[in-house]
Each structure stands twice: as C-alpha cells, then as structure tokens.
Design a protein around this ligand. Structure first.
Ligand code: G6P
Length: 350
C-alpha cells in the first residue's frame, strides 16, 4: 500500500503519473531530436516501416502509423501473433519496429525474431532497459515511463505515443509543428486529470448494456484502446470502431442502452458530426471526447473535455479521459482494478 502513495490502486497512481512520465520521455529529445538508428533514418523510400505489437502497445503502433503516413512515410502495424502466422514479405532493407512495454511479450519477440531471420533490421521501442526485446533487436529506444504495476497499461501507452511521435518527426522531411506541441502536452494532460468529469460520466452510464467508442485517424486507435481498457478492468462489453465503419455493421448494435463515445481530435469535425447524428437517430446517448467548444461537443449529450492542442496529440488527452472512465466504471462495479481476471501484465507464452 505504501507504494501506492495514497492512491487506492496502482492504475490510478499510474494514470496520474503521466505528466511526469511524458516529461521524462521528452527530456533532451525535443531540441536535439530523438536518437534514431541510421539504418532506420536511411531506409529506402517506399519500404514501409512495419510495427509489431500486442494489446495496448498495438494501439500505440496504430497511432504511430497514422503519424508516419501523415508525413508521407509508408507504415503498417500488425498484431504480433498474426505476423508470426501470416508474415508479410520481408526483404533486405525491411525495417520492423517492436512496440512492447515489457520487452518480454512472447508474441512480439516471436515476430521480431522471424523478421530478423528474414533479413529485416529490428528496433525495440520499450520501457525496460535490459529486456529481451532490447537485447535481441538491432537497436532500442526507451520510453522512460518508469515501472508500471497495474495489469492495464496506462502511462506506458502515453509514453509510447510520445516517443513514436518524436520518431515520426525525426523521420519526416519537414517540421510539422508537433515538437512545439509535444512540449506542452504534459501540462495539458495534467489539466485533463485535474478537471475530468469521468466519475460523473461513469455513474451516468454504469448500467449500460455495452459501450462503443468511435473515432477517425489517431482517434481510431484511441477508440480501440478506450474499449480495450474498459473490457479489461470492468468486464463490460466494449468495442471500438473507425467512425466511418459504423454504418457497415456495428450500427445494428446501437440502442438507447449503448452509449457511444465520439472521440474528435479537431480534424474530422464535420464527419464526426454526421456519426453523432447517425447514432442519436437510433436513440444512443453520445459522450463527446473533445474540446468543449467543438461542434461535436455541442451535439452530444455529455462531454469528456480536452483542452485545445495539436490534432495529432489530442488523441493522447482523449485517451486519458477514457482511462479515467474505465477506472471509475470498474470501481462502481467493484472489480479488482489492478488484477483483472484471466489477464497477466506480461504474457510470456505464444
Ligand atoms: C498483456 C497485457 C496488456 C499489454 C500486452 C502487451 O496482454 O495485459 O496490457 O498491452 O500484454 O504487453 P507489452 O509488454 O508487449 O507492451
């Protein structure tokens, strides 16, 4: 209990450690740029940067794919277990980045080993210096989140995204303004933690039959992560979808008993307005996870507010709101927040 420093759970403590963890992830890497291996900086144009990862780390990889593609760099993310059974064609000059908090996840290690055997260069993006991934890959970049005890990953997701954003900017040809925005993100995240309405929102929807999360671009990866977090620790049915895909099937599940969390980062406002109307027409209450003055917030029943920031980083702030939503929902349902059933912090079997 002493190690929880007054928090009821490690998860809550780790959510609150995020501003500090992000400052550490960024230290010395904004002005000088993050150190990236030369083989990655010089990899042939058109050869995709391939990410392999599991769980929350996969969602951070999807976030990174969006950032790289926006910079004209071809990128793909694969679930590590799928990469192992259905590997993409790899040639000399291929680059594979394993995103793994622990550096010990067997599926991710397996994918990295297969990539290496096929002639690809490998990079580990990990939290643990001396982990198997860090030792076995050609190079490693550390996310500096500090130890994470709660089974549900929280601060490591944020630290992965920030580190991968630094990496994306380093690989890009032009300055996109994200570095300046990154330097303000720890304070913006602190603001979210200090002003969250997640406890009230969790109470309002604690009897929901299912929870849906929708977003576009980086907010799509956040929708998947929001749903995963809620499943993991509350045992409630939750799913994340790309907002545009709702009409191709998931809309059949939407009812007045299924709140829809619409994550809007500032660059897809009109389309997200359409999504909000689509689900409201089926009676679903909408929680907008966005800036309180946006059109999506105005259309929604409830808002989980985030301060104005670079659209590529707004997803991180939205994610912190969703972490708190999951935490408070799990508390209301009396779940063992730090040790959810059937799950392990690090899965060391394939
Ligand atoms: C387990 C954990 C997840 C985590 C995943 C990947 O399934 O329960 O929270 O996201 O492993 O872990 P890694 O250490 O590779 O990031």
């Amino acid at each position: 209990d002493a190690q929880k420093e007054g928090y009821d759970h490690y998860m809550l403590k780790e959510i609150h450690e995020q501003p500090m963890a992000l400052r550490r992830a960024l230290r010395g890497r904004i002005d000088a740029g993050i150190e990236v291996p030369a083989w990655l900086l010089d990899h042939p144009d058109g050869v995709p940067v391939r990410f392999v990862a599991c769980g929350t780390s996969y969602h951070a990889a999807l976030y990174a794919v969006e950032l790289l593609q926006k910079r004209g760099i071809s990128a793909q993310a694969s679930l590590a277990s799928e990469f192992a059974t259905s590997p993409p064609p790899l040639v000399d000059g291929s680059v594979v980045v394993g995103v793994t908090q622990s550096g010990e996840t067997a599926d991710t290690l397996g994918a990295l080993r297969r990539a290496s055997e096929a002639g690809a260069r490998t990079l580990a993006v990990t939290n643990v210096v001396g982990s198997t991934a860090a030792r076995e890959c050609d190079d490693a970049i550390f996310i500096r989140a500090g130890p994470e005890i709660g089974v549900a990953a929280t601060k490591t997701f944020s630290s992965q995204v920030v580190t991968l954003a630094l990496l994306a900017e380093r690989l890009a040809d032009a300055d996109t303004g994200i570095l300046q925005a990154l330097s303000t993100v720890p304070d913006a995240l602190q603001y979210v933690l200090d002003h969250t309405t997640a406890p009230q929102v969790a109470r309002t929807y604690a009897d929901a039959s299912a929870y849906f999360f929708v977003g576009r671009g980086v907010a799509h990866s956040v929708s998947l992560e929001g749903a995963l977090k809620l499943k993991e620790i509350s045992y409630e049915h939750a799913e994340g979808f790309p907002a545009g895909e709702l009409k191709h099937g998931p809309l059949a599940l939407v009812t007045p008993e299924t709140p829809v969390f619409a994550i809007e980062t500032g660059d897809h406002s009109d389309r997200m307005r359409g999504t909000v109307e689509e689900v409201q027409a089926r009676g679903a209450p909408v929680v907008a996870v966005t800036h309180p003055e946006s059109a999506v917030a105005a259309a929604a029943e409830t808002v989980l507010p985030i301060p104005e920031t670079h659209p590529e980083l707004a997803g991180l702030l939205a994610n912190a709101q969703l972490q708190l939503l999951s935490y408070h929902t799990a508390r209301l349902l009396d779940r063992p927040v730090d040790k959810p059933r059937n799950l392990a912090k690090s899965v060391t079997v394939e």
